[in-house]
Design a protein around this ligand. Structure first.
Ligand SMILES: Cc1cc2nc3c(=O)[nH]c(=O)nc-3n(C[C@H](O)[C@H](O)[C@H](O)COP(=O)(O)OP(=O)(O)OC[C@H]3O[C@@H](n4cnc5c(N)ncnc54)[C@H](O)[C@@H]3O)c2cc1C
Length: 151
């Protein structure tokens, strides 16, 4: 896992989106495997649709923490962690996932991790190479718009 860590705070959603897109371009190999994953912080099943749109734009796939599965927002096969799948993508984008030890176990072989979380001390930032402190409900749609624009 890459060691250089950067955590950005107090950005507008558009600024955050641009910085994340830049980071994705830097670290995700063109044909690398990408996983976009959602946790309790996404707030409901509907937002998995938004995350799926992002995953498709990046040629990637969708995943979840156990909280998302336990809430009935997404089926179990999507769960990543100690009692779910162990994944090893080139890039794992964690959205609204706190980063508990059980979840971390499932992503320890991810080459790069980007995290979006509204809580600056969320443990996920300890393992994310690049993090944005912000509201994912604003940042993710801004990222999707940005990726559409630069396509
Ligand atoms: C035996 C056992 C096995 C387990 N196996 C697994 C497993 O396989 N996988 C797994 O994931 N968990 C597993 N767990 C559960 C684990 O302990 C956690 O409960 C779970 O990972 C928490 O999921 P989460 O990070 O989505 O939710 P939370 O811990 O509730 O975190 C939600 C995060 O969302 C952020 N947030 C909230 N609103 C927003 C917003 N608008 N914008 C941005 N961020 C926001 C919060 O700051 C918070 O950091 C297991 C637990 C046990 C005891």
């Amino acid at each position: 896992m890459a060691e250089i860590r950067e955590k950005l705070e107090n950005l507008t959603p558009e600024e955050a989106a641009m910085r994340i897109a830049k980071k994705i371009r830097e670290i995700a190999p063109r044909k690398g495997k990408v996983i976009v994953s959602g946790g309790r912080g996404i707030g409901g099943a509907a937002f998995f649709g938004t995350l799926e749109e992002l995953a498709k734009l990046l040629g990637g796939e969708l995943a979840s923490s156990r909280a998302g599965v336990a809430a009935g927002w997404i089926p179990y096969p999507y769960q990543v962690g100690s009692t779910g799948r162990r994944v090893s993508p080139d890039l794992y984008i964690a959205c609204g996932i706190s980063g508990t030890p059980q979840h971390r176990l499932g992503i320890k072989d991810a080459a790069h991790i980007i995290a979006i979380n509204s809580y600056t001390n969320a443990p996920i930032f300890e393992i994310a190479e690049f993090g944005v402190v912000g509201d994912l409900r604003l940042v993710v749609p801004a990222l999707i718009r940005h990726l559409h624009e630069v396509k």
